[in-house]
Design a protein around this ligand. Structure first.
Ligand code: R7I
Ligand code: MG
Ligand code: MG
Ligand code: MG
Length: 356
């Protein structure tokens, strides 16, 4: 129903924000068993209703770009990618110190110098013409999944083009599509129903395999980049059947990754969400599924803001706003703005289409 869907839009947007803000202080820190205990305490402390939210946990580029993605969908009846490029450029040059990826800055400069006349040209020249496979497309894609959740083909088309403004490498693009599919799938599940993690994982596997093999038209080498994400989802499925032990996290990091590349982070985020549905991570002590999701993502180390942001978006899309801990939320910079943005996105999505 409408009430649930509005709450799910808020959940996905806030879920992203909170993962980004709460994950950012741990980005690329050394993670030891001691650090995992510290992270437990960090969450326990922030969850205390008496702790003042000062200073705020600041959001990073993940949220800065997510906000632009939402505005792009809200402000125009049809997607206008030059408008999206302008929003990215404006946001970047007004607050450049939000921890953006090292190479994406070049794209913003070229876009600015050409007045965003061709949104797609600058990104194509990244990395000697290969395009970037950073996770920047995936980290900001959630609004597309929300807005187009009832038009799957359009969702994929807009997600791909919105990614192409900064990322054109196949792995950067397919990583964003994988995250988009995961958020949409979580959104469609009634939060009163328990998710079957393996089934959820297998559904995503089938969808990404279909995209990677273009509906099975061509023959593909399973070792190639064209099959990367279906392999990753198989690995996720295998980890879901394993019991937690001392080597578990290290093997997750080796097999799924925790880096800034899309292929080393998006499947990891999906895994964090699905693993956290069960309360069997020994060093994480909380009944709160959302907290467990982002706490686990952060405890894996590496690109913590982004992996927690993506895992948080999926979890928030499933559970909705009410399942997100208000005490944790109030420590996150501009969370009220994100709620307003989520509501505007919801209203724009459900507004009747103009007929001319
Ligand atoms: O993808 P992007 O927007 O970065 C997002 C990440 C998130 O973790 C944010 O929180 C922020 O910290 O950055 O920005 P890009 O600069 O396009 O890509 C990020 C990094 O991925 C690059 O700086 C490279 O280190 C790496 N990378 C590549 N390396 C070699 N070859 C991306 N594409 C390539 C490549 O083709
Ligand atoms: Mg960031
Ligand atoms: Mg536990
Ligand atoms: Mg990051």
């Amino acid at each position: 129903d409408q009430i649930t869907m509005r709450s799910k839009f808020r959940g996905a947007m806030l879920g992203s924000l909170m993962g980004d803000c709460l994950g950012a202080p741990y980005e690329f820190c050394d993670i030891t068993p001691g650090t995992k205990m510290q992270i437990q305490k960090y969450f326990d402390d922030l969850g205390d209703p008496n702790l003042k939210p000062q200073p705020f946990k600041k959001y990073t580029d993940d949220t800065a770009m997510l906000k632009s993605m939402a505005k792009f969908l809200i402000d125009k009846p049809e997607p206008d990618f030059n408008f999206l490029a302008k929003l990215f450029v404006k946001e970047f040059f007004s607050e450049p110190r939000r921890g953006y990826g090292e190479n994406v800055v070049e794209v913003f400069c070229k876009l600015r110098d050409t007045k965003c006349g061709d949104a797609f040209s600058p990104a194509k020249t990244q990395f000697n013409g290969q395009g970037s496979y950073g996770n920047g497309g995936a980290m900001r894609v959630a609004p597309v999944a929300l807005f187009y959740h009832s038009d799957y083909q359009k969702m994929l088309e807009v997600a791909e083009k919105a990614t192409n403004v900064t990322h054109t490498h196949l792995l950067g693009v397919n990583g964003a599509l994988l995250q988009c599919i995961a958020v949409q799938q979580a959104l469609m599940i009634d939060p009163k129903n328990k998710i079957n993690a393996k089934k959820f994982c297998h559904e995503i596997f089938k969808k990404i395999r279909f995209l990677e093999t273009k509906g099975g038209q061509d023959r593909h080498d399973v070792e190639s980049e064209e099959c990367t994400y279906q392999l990753k989802m198989k690995i996720v499925e295998n980890f879901l059947s394993r019991k937690f032990d001392d080597e578990f996290d290290d093997e997750v990091i080796i097999c799924l990754g925790n880096g800034v590349s899309a292929h080393e982070s998006v499947a990891t985020a999906i895994f964090c969400f699905l693993k956290a549905l069960d309360d069997d991570i020994p060093y994480i002590k909380t009944d709160d599924i959302y907290r467990r999701t982002i706490q686990y993502a952060i405890s894996l180390g590496g690109d913590t803001d982004t992996i927690a942001c993506m895992a948080g978006a999926i979890c928030g899309a499933y559970l909705g706003e009410d399942a997100l801990n208000k005490n944790l939320m109030k420590h996150c910079e501009k969370y009220k703005d994100i709620i307003e943005l989520a509501d505007n996105l919801f209203d724009a999505h459900s507004a009747p289409v103009n007929e001319y």
